[in-house]
Design a protein around this ligand. Structure first.
Ligand SMILES: Nc1nc2c(ncn2[C@@H]2O[C@H](COP(=O)(O)OP(=O)(O)O)[C@@H](O)[C@H]2O)c(=O)[nH]1
Ligand SMILES: [Mg+2]
Length: 347
């Protein structure tokens, strides 16, 4: 089956700069509503509105650069700067500019043609990674998904959205394990999502061993006949060693049940952290076998271009993107729509 798809009471160190992340689970749109059902609004337009922050700047820069004249080196340098400013990263920006100038250098080129050409090039980078998460039913146990990422990236929210969609849209039986055992509020937040989705929630007391939660959750999910088990984890560990130890232990104990577990390990990245997302991918790949990405907060990000750099550099599948806080705001990642939106092509 193809899935297209804080109340910070204490100060805790993270891998990235602290960012305000209210813990409150927002009001949901009606369960049957999808982003596309909102009046006159498709998820792409929602992405467009959000990416507006990224594309407004890039769009403006492109407009200033290309005023119907021959494509020269100065303009290409300006284009490279504009792409870097839009968070695509220097290596990817240089690659795009090189491809763009091919066959166009010294020729007259207008604004629309520039946007269309750039959208094509960006889509070409994104297409290979725009892959749905493919679920299967392994033997008699659930399909196990380990969800990792730094504090505030959107792990818990993403798990809630996935659960909601898989239960309500696909009729799957979903279990969720509260592997972020640091704070009661973290478990509570997950429970609200699980209850709303109609998913089974498996948790232990605050401070419990996350690996023990994961180990027992698998057995309980299996006994209950769950199709999917998602394991939430903490990203607020004190340093990389702690993070590594905890995730490794979770994976190790899961493998005692079955060597093929976890079947997927998703890294959740907050697009508003821009280039820092690269460091997060590197760190988590050292720690665990990341099989795919989910990029969140594209609805309000001025740094959506980072997605292009991530795709270009790591080639990891991007399964879905977060475009809001509601259950319907997790959407399949569409390479062409994203590319067009980024360079400011509407509709
Ligand atoms: N606008 C927006 N907010 C999001 C999105 N995903 C998560 N959030 C918010 O980001 C904050 C942190 O999310 P959370 O799931 O608690 O992060 P975690 O620490 O990784 O579990 C919460 O306020 C979420 O509502 C998204 O796609 N768009
Ligand atoms: Mg969380």
């Amino acid at each position: 089956m193809a899935f297209w798809n804080r109340n910070k009471s204490e100060k805790e160190p993270t891998l990235v700069a602290e960012q305000p992340a209210p813990v409150a689970v927002p009001e949901q749109p009606p369960v049957t509503a999808r982003a596309g059902d909102r009046e006159g609004e498709t998820w792409v337009s929602r992405l467009g509105m959000g990416l507006g922050k990224s594309s407004a700047k890039l769009g403006q820069d492109l407009g200033d650069l290309f005023t119907k004249k021959k494509l020269d080196q100065d303009t290409l340098n300006g284009l490279e700067d504009a792409l870097i400013m839009a968070d695509l990263g220097p290596v990817t920006a240089a690659r795009i500019v090189a491809q763009f100038s091919e066959g166009r250098f010294g020729k007259d080129i207008g604004d629309d043609e520039v946007r269309a050409a750039l959208a094509d090039i960006v889509a070409g980078i994104l297409l290979p990674v725009a892959k749905p998460l493919v679920l299967h039913k392994p033997g008699n146990g659930p399909f196990v998904i380990l969800v990792c990422g730094v504090n505030g990236a959107g792990k818990t929210t993403t798990i809630g959205k996935l659960a909601d969609q898989w239960v309500k849209r696909d009729g799957r039986k979903v279990a969720i394990a509260a592997g972020d055992t640091f704070r009661a509020a973290a478990v509570e937040q997950l429970k609200i999502w699980a209850d709303r989705a109609g998913a089974m929630m498996i948790s232990k007391d605050t401070g419990a061993d996350a690996a023990a939660v994961a180990y027992e959750a698998y057995q309980q999910a299996k006994d209950a006949g769950a199709d999917i088990l998602m394991i939430d984890t903490a990203g607020r560990l004190h340093n990389k060693k702690n993070l590594m130890d905890e995730l490794e232990k979770i994976v190790r104990v899961l493998k005692k049940h079955d060597d093929t577990i976890p079947h997927a390990t998703l890294l959740v990245l907050d697009s508003t952290t821009g280039q820092n997302a690269h460091a997060q991918v590197e760190t988590f790949r050292e720690i665990t076998n990341v099989t795919g990405l989910i990029v969140t907060k594209l609805d309000g990000s001025a740094k959506g271009g980072v997605v292009v750099g991530l795709a270009d550099r790591f080639g990891l599948p991007i399964h879905a993107v977060g475009v809001g806080e509601g259950a319907a705001d997790l959407q399949p990642f569409d390479a062409h729509d994203f590319a067009r939106s980024l360079v400011g092509i509407r509709g």
